[in-house]
Design a protein around this ligand. Structure first.
Ligand SMILES: O=C(O)CCC(=O)C(=O)O
Ligand SMILES: [Fe+2]
Length: 214
């Protein structure tokens, strides 16, 4: 190999390293910001339930989050490919940023409704665990993603979840929300119960929550 080629090799390697470091920094910053936003949302959600504003944070709902980047290659026949199949998120809350391509749909009254991308907007989904804690007051929406015929699509989901942490807390319908008219419809569970059921069930299109109904 000539000296010239070596130089090109070194420049390319350096560019890749700089690029990877930049991606790491951007990801780290985004993770911090979205984590703060999650904390604020849990405060507002606690208040909207008539609970002290730190209630959901005390329940460790904001303690852990995981970022997942999704890439959907284009497909000439979107109906013949999976995209993301029907599911509800197995977490407390999800904050999603999607690009301008579209394809996300939510199930509302047995109909699939498009969620059109709005520039600069974040999308917030209630997850299964918050549905369980609120005794069905908040709903973990079922959704899916169709691939686009022409354009690739990218989204980044931030899942507020304790899947990656150990927690000995019990999660069940919040006692302060229960009454004779609103008895608990779910068992109290450990997060490990939820995670092992979710993992063993697989992506079969059915909610993991029904397993924990009383
Ligand atoms: O790509 C999207 O818009 C949503 C992806 C999703 O539902 C998920 O990762 O749980
Ligand atoms: Fe999802």
């Amino acid at each position: 190999m000539s000296v010239g080629n070596n130089n090109v090799g070194i420049v390319l390697t350096l560019s890749v390293v700089v690029y990877v470091v930049e991606i790491r920094e951007v990801t780290f910053k985004y993770s911090n910001h979205v984590g703060q936003l999650g904390k604020l949302l849990f405060e507002l959600l606690s208040e909207s339930l008539g609970l002290p504003s730190n209630y959901l944070e005390e329940m460790e709902c904001a303690k852990g989050h995981a970022l997942v980047a999704n890439y959907y290659p284009p497909c000439p026949e979107p109906n013949l490919t999976l995209g993301t199949s029907k599911h509800s998120d197995p977490d407390f809350l999800t904050i999603l940023v999607q690009d301008q391509v579209g394809g996300l749909r939510v199930l509302y009254q047995q109909h699939w409704i498009d969620v059109p991308p709005v520039a600069g907007a974040l999308l917030v989904n209630i997850g299964d665990l918050l549905q369980l804690m609120t005794n069905d007051k908040f709903k973990s929406v079922e959704h899916r993603v169709l691939a686009n015929k022409i354009d690739p699509r990218v989204s980044v989901a931030c899942f507020f979840t304790m899947h990656l942490h150990q927690s000995s807390l019990l999660y069940g319908p919040i006692k302060e929300l229960l009454s004779d008219e609103n008895p608990p419809v779910y068992k109290d569970i450990l997060l490990t119960d939820f995670v092992s059921h979710y993992d063993s069930k697989g992506l079969d299109g059915r909610s993991a929550l029904s397993y924990f109904r009383l």
